[in-house]
Design a protein around this ligand. Structure first.
Ligand code: ASP
Length: 345
């Protein structure tokens, strides 16, 4: 039973939700938190103790960086003993990357970290921001029958659904339902009430104290396959200076060309100790290297299967594992293992 008002920390990073039109360029630009809060008078109807902190200046999430992720993680670490839950207001463009990164950085998280934003600025008449903000706060304050936080993981709340953060992808630049986790069920359905799917919610195996990992190694890369890719383009990318981990975005069930030049280039990179993870370009479904010869060749060469992980989760997981200072052999091991519900293994 909650004795006191739920205490929620709002972390405002920027994004469309708080943007206003630049009178000169007519483009949207981030604006301050007071403007945002003034546009949601209904917040006062929630009997919660809501505190806030904001990025100074707030940013368009296209400018999100590892330093910003560390700032968010630090605010959560500092407030972990004080607050019942956290709401992160964030632009939609890189929201799935931030949600994935935070899920790895916040080890043993047992409180809700609900990330939301909007497609229309909160000052617009038809904004989706007001509803998203209020629902995110309600989810951050929600308890289950045992009095524990209902959500104990990083999640994205957008319009009608709550999704696991490290399973989510931005699916639309226009729709209010902009996010989806294509390989994992929703954590809650938002309608007249909030229906939690308790069987889908993540729980840590042991209840250890929160441990924040600030090290995120930026020496990672996406390589997107396309018919016509040349050996020199591929080798150029594989030879990127300092690169330690690569997410190879393949076709279908994890398939790639079988030409000798292709497998030789991949093998050369693997022999130099680079970790390569096979992730499908399809938004739904998983890598299964046993299905076709074209996938088999990659796995025989030593490319790791990303199974059904999203590209966003795969790249941030590599950043996290290398950021922990792990050798390539351990990174490979953990890439095939679910740390916090990011893949179905
Ligand atoms: N460009 C914006 C951002 O990601 C888009 C949005 O918030 O929806 O910050």
């Amino acid at each position: 039973m909650i004795q006191n008002k739920p205490k929620i920390l709002l972390i405002y990073t920027g994004g469309t939700i708080g943007m206003i039109e630049n009178p000169e360029t007519k483009g949207l630009q981030p604006f301050d938190f007071t403007h945002l809060i003034d546009n949601v008078p209904k917040l006062k109807m929630l009997d919660y103790d809501i505190r806030n902190i904001q990025f100074d200046p707030p940013i368009d999430s296209s400018n999100m960086s590892i330093e910003h992720w560390c700032d968010i993680a630090h605010a959560i670490e500092e407030g972990n003993d004080t607050f019942d839950g956290f709401v992160v207001l964030h632009g939609t463009d890189t929201m799935a990357f931030t949600a994935s990164a935070l899920s790895f950085m916040l080890e043993n998280l047992q409180k809700p970290v609900i990330i939301t934003g909007s497609q229309l600025p909160i000052g617009e008449v038809r904004t989706d921001g007001e509803e998203n903000l209020i629902t995110a706060i309600q989810i951050a304050a929600a308890r289950n029958k045992s009095g524990e936080p209902m959500v104990q993981e990083v999640a994205i709340l957008f319009e009608n659904y709550l999704w696991r953060g490290n399973r989510s992808t931005k699916m639309s630049a226009n729709n209010f339902n902009a996010f989806k986790s294509n390989n994992y069920p929703s954590l809650a359905k938002i309608g007249l009430d909030i229906q939690y799917h308790e069987e889908s919610l993540f729980r840590t195996v042991t209840k250890r104290p929160l441990q924040v990992h600030y090290g995120m190694d930026p020496n990672v890369l996406f390589i997107d396959l396309f018919p016509g890719i040349t050996e020199s383009t591929l080798r150029h990318m594989l030879n990127t200076p300092n690169v330690k981990g690569i997410v190879l975005r393949t076709y279908g069930a994890g398939n790639a060309p079988t030409s000798a030049w292709f497998t030789d280039a991949i093998s050369d990179a693997l022999n130099r100790g680079i970790v390569i993870v096979n992730v499908t370009q399809c938004v739904n479904g998983a890598v299964d290297c046993s299905l076709y010869d074209t996938g088999n060749t990659l796995s025989r060469a030593g490319v790791i299967s990303g199974h059904d992980i999203t590209s966003e989760a795969a790249i941030t997981k590599l950043m996290h594992l290398f950021g922990m200072g792990l050798p390539a052999s351990s990174v490979k091991k953990y890439m095939e293992y679910s740390i916090c519900g990011e893949t179905t293994i």
